[in-house]
Design a protein around this ligand. Structure first.
Ligand code: 9PG
Length: 523
């Protein structure tokens, strides 16, 4: 254990090697910077009181680092920071994988899971300290990558309008209608595959994947594809035929990767040689179909705790898996990671999703307020976490998720939609899923000028920005739900309990799918 006093901390920064490190603080800080494990996990400055545990627990593998979910001390993955009365911050950040940071009373402490590792420590002004940390992360994790100053490709993605109801005919029409809009990539999301795990084309695309990619390319765009290569549903052929490739715990039980698509999810053991060969072949297959923009999703599954074929720290195993997939898809592919561990992805992908999904609603009262779940889809949840991860933009493209322009199938106010568009400008990453047939002339014009715009963006405070001549203030978006008490508290606890029942989740999916069908029928 290495212990430092804050007086030992130099103003610029220092790097210390240790397994466990503790910094004694001179006074109780006023705020703590929590940094969540993966894209969808919360990142936020919060006060020091414990956050209510997000529910239902069945989603924990899918949303948070399960090892720390019940820890009442402020804590986070790889890095943590405290803010003092005078506004200065102290940041403690790992420069390698498999590390966690906690605040325990007046001590900021960091711990590596396995061996010694390097720690970055700096005290001072928030933006300077985070910039310095990002620079050190580059040196350690992405020494050969170029600083990303260019904008990310502009993407139309099928998810946030059609969800899984995509098919060849509707996409064909959309691609035609989108033809004169300045997108760089048309990306097919979830809905093209036979099953999660069975990455072959389904019946809705009778002409096949080559034809789909060709169709996109013939319109002058790059072809993008979504896959979740590190998970499989219980019903998939992959899981049935290769159960031995899947991660188990010490007692031999399959490790849960969460619950989605009305099904139990399992995680590939990415150290199993046959699973690796399969992953490599899959990446090559996707390239051979003609896609060169890859959105790989639900990646966290590759780092869940379990007993691996090759005994190695779980995040190191994860990073190695990303490296292999990157190599297999080729450096010329654009690789977007989603649902990904943050720090282990640096240096191995082009872009990273830095927040939860947006949705056409601002916030789900049930999921966000009653179940305290900041990872659940919703524009507010997404913006909150994205705001706290902007510093990663010095290392790679940062994806804040999509912006909306249509109002037909959307409950966001003009102000809320503007927040999402401004976030796209701030991140220099523009995407939408809006359908041309849903948009008015005016909305189409707005989308066009959004895609063409290159505004000057300057961060002026923790939550304030200057975008050309506009001042944008996100302060009202970052608040977190308070703990519910009394009858509402009981109701919330009951909902949390209900949410752990698979039949309840299946019922909600059924309702969602019905609404989706109705929406889709009106096209
Ligand atoms: C496709 C989608 C889109 C989206 C991704 C990801 O917690 N959850 O159950 C959960 C489900 C889906 C999800 C995120 C979280 O969305 O972020 O852009 O590609 O998958 O299924």
């Amino acid at each position: 254990m290495t212990t430092l006093k804050i007086s030992d901390v130099q103003t610029k920064f220092q790097i210390i090697k240790a397994k466990d490190l503790r910094i004694e603080l001179p006074s109780t800080p006023v705020k703590y910077y929590r940094h969540g494990w993966q894209s969808w996990s919360l990142a936020a400055w919060t006060d020091l009181t414990p956050l209510p545990v997000q529910r239902p627990a069945i989603f924990h593998p899918l949303h948070v680092n399960q090892d720390f979910v019940f820890d009442t001390n402020p804590n986070g993955s790889w890095l943590g920071a405290v803010e003092f009365e005078d506004g200065n911050i102290l940041l403690l950040g790992a420069l390698a994988t498999d590390a966690h940071v906690f605040l325990v009373e007046d001590q900021l402490s960091g711990q590596y899971d396995a061996d010694d590792g390097e720690w970055f420590i700096a005290f001072g002004q928030e933006n300077v300290v985070f910039a310095e940390y990002a620079g050190q992360l580059r040196n350690h994790l992405a020494p050969h990558s170029k600083i990303k100053k260019d904008a990310a490709p502009r993407v139309w993605c099928s998810w946030y309008s059609l969800y899984t109801t995509i098919d060849e005919i509707i996409l064909d029409k959309i691609f035609k209608d989108l033809a004169d809009l300045p997108f760089d990539v048309l990306q097919i999301d979830d809905g093209w595959q036979i099953n999660i795990g069975d990455w072959e084309v389904n019946k809705k695309f009778p002409s096949g994947m080559n034809a789909l990619a060709n169709k996109i390319k013939s319109t002058g765009h790059r072809a993008g594809l979504w896959l979740a290569p590190l998970i499989a549903t219980r019903s998939s052929r992959l899981f049935r035929e290769h159960a031995d490739w899947f991660l188990r715990d010490e007692r031999g039980r399959f490790v849960s990767a969460g619950f989605n698509w009305s099904e139990q999810l399992y995680a590939l053991d990415t150290t199993h040689p046959d699973a690796i060969s399969w992953l490599v072949a899959l990446m090559k297959q996707v390239r051979a179909w003609g896609f060169d923009y890859l959105k790989l999703d639900f990646l966290y599954a590759g780092a869940l705790r379990g007993k691996r074929y090759k005994d190695m720290p779980r995040e190191a195993a994860y990073r190695e898996c990303l490296r292999l997939m990157r190599e297999a898809m080729g450096e010329d592919a654009f690789f977007l990671t989603c649902g990904t561990l943050i720090l282990p992805a640096i240096g191995l992908c082009d872009a990273i999703r830095i927040g939860p999904d947006v949705s056409h609603d601002w916030e789900s009262y049930r999921n966000s307020q009653l179940l305290y779940n900041p990872s659940t889809p919703g524009a507010k949840n997404s913006i909150r976490t994205v705001l706290h991860r902007l510093w990663l933009g010095r290392l790679l493209h940062i994806d804040p998720d999509i912006a909306y322009f249509e109002s037909k199938e959307n409950s966001l106010t003009v102000e809320q939609k503007t927040y999402l568009r401004d976030m796209a400008y701030i991140c220099n990453f523009k995407a939408t899923s809006d359908l041309p047939q849903w948009m008015t002339r005016n909305e189409l014009d707005e989308l066009r000028s959004f895609l063409n715009a290159t505004p000057r963006v300057k961060q002026t405070g923790r939550y304030t920005f200057q975008i050309d001549d506009r001042t944008v203030d996100f302060t009202s978006v970052v608040s977190l739900p308070n703990t519910k008490t009394g009858l509402l508290g009981l109701w919330a606890a009951f909902l949390g309990w209900l949410g752990d029942r698979q039949f309840v989740l299946r019922f909600f999916t059924l309702l969602d799918n019905r609404a989706l069908k109705k929406r889709r029928a009106s096209l």
